[in-house]
Design a protein around this ligand. Structure first.
Ligand SMILES: C[S@@+](CC[C@H](N)C(=O)[O-])C[C@H]1O[C@@H](n2cnc3c(N)ncnc32)[C@H](O)[C@@H]1O
Length: 333
């Protein structure tokens, strides 16, 4: 990638490193392309020795404009996005972190684009289910093995189960059984069916299936089922399940498959919840973008959860009033 620094638009600070203000000013210049070229040069020359600073710019969502511009520019290149990126990083293997950060930027950018064409209605959980803030659920607080920041989503799903005091839950995709376990604890009088592949067919997941459940004496209200969801016969459970949680293979085709199973399973007025409506799983958000054209779906704000409530039109649904906190005033959209 070549290009020269715009002459006047980037205000090079006399007193040391580039500041947020200088970088953002560069991006806001109407001559966007040249500015982005400048930014790339900047990354390679000024910021590369200071990856922390650059990552702060790329990763901080409140400064999303910076990486959207960058991802947009990379997307607009005649060459393949990955190729352009590779050129950027291959000169120095230590720049791997840059590749990762930009890929993250691209994923966020594509997700943002897909969201422009979706009909998912975005609400806070308490706007969807008034009073759910009063529900408490027990939680295994430590999740150091995976390091995943998904705990909030697991708590939300458990809170929804408790809120409706559901009797039958069906999870597609058990993995460790962490969500299974918390769901079972949230509705001790209910039953949680959880489906995953037989371990020998589950590839890298195989050795881990159900491990969290087994380590904690699997609650007696959990029923584990081992079968490929493509072949799973829903007949014994049809139209009986209060809450279906779709969280297995995240490819478009498989989310479509699991959704059609979920719709067979769910009882009238029941709920279907999908996990991983997020930049890292395009199969999920692309499927939901298409599915939401004809079906009412909600996205729970600040989570990767999407919800279908049978019989509820998401476009006409009247959101419950919430009193936003004082802090909300200072948050960007
Ligand atoms: C994202 S993990 C599930 C996480 C789990 N629900 C949780 O909240 O902790 C995905 C799981 O789906 C399973 N899976 C993938 N393809 C499947 C299929 N065709 N049928 C059933 N399970 C499948 C994988 O074996 C894996 O354990």
């Amino acid at each position: 990638v070549s290009g020269s620094l715009p002459e006047r638009s980037i205000d090079e600070p006399a007193d040391g490193p580039w500041t947020d203000r200088a970088i953002l000013a560069a991006l806001r210049d109407p001559d966007q392309r040249r500015n982005v070229v400048a930014l790339l040069e900047l990354m390679q020359t000024q910021l590369t020795p200071r990856p922390g600073l650059l990552l702060q710019h790329l990763a901080n969502r409140t400064r999303a404009e910076l990486y959207y511009f960058l991802a947009d520019w990379l997307n607009a290149q005649n060459r393949d996005f990955d190729e352009v990126l590779r050129d950027l990083v291959e000169s120095d293997r230590g720049r791997r972190w840059l590749y990762d950060a930009l890929n993250q930027a691209r994923m966020d950018f594509e997700f943002k684009r897909a969201k422009e064409h979706t009909r998912l209605r975005e609400l806070y959980l308490a706007e969807l289910f008034p009073g759910i803030g009063d529900v408490s659920v027990s939680v295994g607080a430590i999740n150091e093995e995976s390091g995943l920041p998904n705990k909030v989503d697991m708590l939300y799903v458990s809170a929804i189960a408790a809120y409706f005091n559901v009797r039958k839950i069906f999870e597609i995709g058990t993995y460790l059984g962490r969500t299974t376990y918390h769901l079972a604890r949230s509705v001790p009088e209910g039953t949680v069916y959880t489906l995953d592949l037989p371990p020998t067919q589950a590839g890298e997941y195989g050795p881990y299936l159900g491990a969290y459940l087994e380590a904690r004496r699997c609650p007696s209200n959990v029923v584990r089922l081992e079968e490929d969801s493509r072949r799973f016969n829903t007949t014994p459970y049809q139209a009986q399940i209060d809450l279906v949680f779709v969280d297995a293979d995240h490819s478009y085709e498989m989310v479509a498959n699991d959704t059609s199973k979920a719709l067979e399973l769910v009882r009238p007025n029941g709920l279907v919840i999908w996990h991983d409506y997020a930049p890292k799983t395009p199969g999920v958000y692309r499927f939901l973008r298409d599915f939401s054209q004809t079906q009412p779906i909600f996205h729970v704000r600040n989570t990767a959860l999407a919800i279908y409530r049978q019989g509820v039109d998401s476009t006409r649904f009247e959101a419950s009033a919430m009193l936003p906190s004082l802090e909300a005033r200072f948050k960007p959209d």
